[in-house]
Design a protein. Structure first.
Length: 299
């Protein structure tokens, strides 16, 4: 495992970051299994302790991979975790991760682009994690150990090429560090005129699955917020607003001019800072209402 993955990057930031993904043959995805089985104990504890939990796909991860998000919550002493996943995994995988982690957030933010899908709508990494098996679990443990060994070796003997695109994830707040170690910053404008609409039958299906999901969580619907991260293609804002009305949740999607993506679907770092800053400011009244007792006690 170590020799085959020397080209993976080593942690560029703090000691709480772990290697969520490396584009190499033997490493690939780690974060699905790591968060499902709790192999990164600090990450599991952070999910369990999070008062605000963000759910969605990689588009959510890109949108909240921002210092603006981190600084906003730190200034208020509010624990949060961005628990989106790559490979397009949403409710079908994130609900079991929440349950296995013992999550009990006071507020949930969902990027509905769409989010609510059938239980069998899983990517290959998600299927492997849920199915488990001795071979898979052994590879997963090897990946966990590899990161620690790799870090020591590459810092002691600076000969590691570190050429493979890699994504790091904070075990404290779940944010991705990915522009730089995984992809380069680019400016792909968002075309506001060419927005696809989700077919009505998919909207109806999302309402049914969403009702089951939210009922199972049992959170006050006033403390559930649907949003639509800006993107080309699907009109995610419209999807979020329709579902929020149908499921009696909040809807929040700030309009920020001049945002762009790296690939048409994921906000670049400049835009993530702008959009997430606007979002968390707009979220303040919900925080005040749903965390009122906690915030009053801190006075």
């Amino acid at each position: 495992m170590t020799f085959d993955n020397f080209a993976c990057r080593t942690q560029p930031r703090g000691p709480d970051d772990f290697l969520a993904y490396c584009r190499s043959l033997r490493y690939g995805d780690y974060e699905h299994g790591a968060l499902y089985y709790g192999l990164e104990p600090k990450a599991r504890e952070s999910i369990r302790a999070a008062q605000v939990l963000f759910l969605g796909s990689s588009r959510l991860q890109a949108a909240f991979a921002a210092n603006a998000t981190r600084e906003y919550f730190r200034a208020r002493g509010i624990r949060y975790f961005v628990m989106g996943f790559g490979y397009g995994d949403v409710s079908a995988f994130e609900q079991p991760v929440m349950e296995r982690s013992g999550a009990s957030p006071k507020i949930i933010v969902i990027n509905a682009d769409p989010f609510f899908v059938e239980p069998n709508r899983l990517s290959e990494p998600a299927k492997e994690a849920i199915e488990g098996g001795s071979k898979y679990l052994w590879r997963l443990v090897q990946k966990m150990v590899f990161q620690r060994v790799h870090r020591i070796i590459c810092r002691a003997v600076p000969l590691c090429p570190e050429s493979e695109p890699s994504i790091f994830r904070s075990a404290t707040d779940g944010q991705w560090n990915w522009i730089g170690p995984y992809t380069e910053e680019r400016e792909v404008p968002i075309d506001q005129e060419t927005k696809e609409r989700l077919p009505q039958f998919e909207i109806e299906r999302a309402k049914t699955i969403g009702e089951t999901f939210l009922s199972r969580i049992g959170l006050d619907r006033r403390c559930v917020v649907f949003t639509g991260v800006p993107t080309n293609g699907l009109n995610s804002t419209e999807v979020a607003e329709v579902l929020a009305t149908a499921l009696h949740t909040r809807f929040l999607a700030p309009k920020v001019d001049g945002v762009a993506t790296i690939d048409g679907g994921h906000l670049n770092s400049r835009s993530a800072e702008l959009w997430s800053a606007a979002f968390v400011e707009a979220l303040t009244p919900v925080l005040n209402e749903c965390l009122s007792q906690l915030l009053r006690s801190r006075g």
